[in-house]
Design a binder for this molecule. Sequence first.
Ligand SMILES: [Zn+2]
Length: 320
Amino acid sequence: MQKSKHYLYTEVLAKRILPGDMEASAIQQQLHRLEAGFAGEMKLKQTLSDHYFKTDHHIFYNFECMNDNGFSHQMDTILVTPYFIVIFEVKLLSGVLFYKPAQHEFYRIHNEKRENFRNPLDQVYRHQLFLEQCLRKWQITIPVYFAVVIANQQAVLDESLENFPIFHISGVPNFIENLYRNTAKSHANMNLIVAKLKKLYQSLPPRRSISLNRLKKGVLCKECDYENVMVYHYGTFTCGACRAKSRDVLFETLYHYRILISEKITNKQFREFCGIHSLQAASKLLVRLGLERHGTKKGTYYIIPEKISEWKRKRERKSL
Ligand SMILES: [Zn+2]
């Protein structure tokens, strides 16, 4: 299952934000929310992977796209069958959940504290309206349903939620079976729907940006939870605090740069971000890293590839 660009961005930002930054703790909290959301989606994926479907089906996880009004849709899971489509919204909430339908107010009581939430039913209803409109445009007739799935077993759903499509993750197989039983059997072209949705899909950019001066610079030590800087010496980076050594850590540093700043990097930007002072050493390193090079003289820049964090310095023959 793919993480959204926003998730990848927040993951790196949490490692790189200066500890004294006014947003540092808010960014950590946001990362925890994204991690919880992802864990919830993984649970739903497990449940659906284990389900015995009566027909062909196709499942999209973390489906992102834009609508005609220029607004985005981020749907946790879309299940497509020949008879119906279901949009699942996964929530990993704890406490007791309540609903006031006339007011569209969704809240929970947790540790004796009452907290209002963005209404997940309304959230997924918006996706339903959008998908229905798309299908009309594509001249495909098929019903679209939705459900809010609670991925935390400890959460308690109050009776006020009884008449709404919101339930624990264990209820998903039953929900799907009921749709098979109760939906009129008009057969839609599932492959066409899947192809149209694939065309509609568009990976959304991160929902924020950050200026370079709010970030920690240098090659940061993973062993020290990205708190300490590693020093470059004879082809190896060594942590100033825990003495951990690494040759591959530079790829991770470049990955951070790509995610937070840009896929293009000049020699100067490379030296500043990675904390390498010598122009010569930086030039040699950039060549040896094997990054794609563009431009000439002062306009020279390098492209950091998408999968750089998976690279290893195998091809290196000897240290500098
Ligand atoms: Zn360290």
